[in-house]
Design a protein around this ligand. Sequence first.
Ligand SMILES: NC(=O)c1ccc[n+]([C@@H]2O[C@H](COP(=O)([O-])OP(=O)(O)OC[C@H]3O[C@@H](n4cnc5c(N)ncnc54)[C@H](OP(=O)(O)O)[C@@H]3O)[C@@H](O)[C@H]2O)c1
Length: 338
Amino acid sequence: MTAALTNRKWTLKSRPQTTVAEQHFNFETETVGELADGEFLVKTQYLSFEPAQRGWLNDVRSYVPPVAIGEVMRSVAAGEVIASKHADYQIGDRVQGGFGWQEYAISDGSGLFPVEKIIESVPISYPLHIYGLTGLTAYFGLLDIGKPKAGDTIVISGAAGATGSTVGQIAKLMGCRVIGIAGGQAKCQWLLDELGYDAVIDYKSESVELRLQELCKNSIDIFFDNVGGEILDQVLVNMANYGRIVLCGGISSGYQVAELPPGPKNYMQLVIRRCHMEGFIVLDHVDRYPEATEQLMQWVDEGKILVKEYILEGIEQCPQALAGLFSGQNFGKQLVKI
Ligand SMILES: NC(=O)c1ccc[n+]([C@@H]2O[C@H](COP(=O)([O-])OP(=O)(O)OC[C@H]3O[C@@H](n4cnc5c(N)ncnc54)[C@H](OP(=O)(O)O)[C@@H]3O)[C@@H](O)[C@H]2O)c1
């Protein structure tokens, strides 16, 4: 049934100490194996890229085990069932799961993500971001930890990325004043013109310190932080009393093992300003994914949340797609189309 098919895949060759690059992976070709009873074959169509994937290459304790040397590089993917010996999965079904950086994957159905069979009416890539972990991260991080109220001022770092751009739009829906920090004129203009942000800071060409004083001196109610490092320190000295800091990620560290970043030097501001700072992992909210996904779908359907995808074409592009997250290559959600 599958013998004539050739699978191309990326496996982990060595662990990067600093920046991740193509040299850390092997590009391999193999014949697709025969299906056993209870298995089905997926042809992947889109692969999802997140900064956390760089962290999974480090052999350290984390919320998931590291990718093993020789293992197919881990990522969530969406695709179509093209052969099946599984009673619940038929040819033509659209599914998403942790299929990794490869063109074909054999699955027994276990470990598929909650939006298992992708609804026909939405683009097959959407459950990889806005109706998947990216949208859910924005939703739970902002609403549960940030607790936005109408009139609050929120600052978002990594504001033009997949998560950040969703957070900003939900915050606007909650009636907040939204200030985004992003790299480069084009991203900042997009936040202002298309997403309706109230103000932006281009951290690559402007002083974040000075711009925060101009825009929101001592009055930040919520900081949604995707970046960490110096930007976190600059925001800490401008928090309002009783503000909330949502620690979503720290991409400025590059998620490298060689040199870990220092903690925020201005952390005493949390005491002085009685602020709450809390980290979270979206996977902890799995029981509420249906509720959140339904709300995100409604907002997208109503045109209240715009979705932007940044797509590289071809399985060959996987290492570049991952590395590009750390140089700001992507505009919205980074995907590879197979
Ligand atoms: N807690 C959770 O459960 C959870 C779940 C998913 C994601 N996350 C975290 O959420 C954050 C965003 O993830 P995403 O998937 O939406 O990626 P993303 O924001 O779409 O892509 C990464 C962006 O980060 C920015 N960046 C890269 N290096 C930077 C640096 N040194 N300083 C400042 N900005 C930098 C770049 O934008 P610029 O061009 O603006 O620099 C880049 O486009 C990450 O920190 C990720 O680890 C957390």
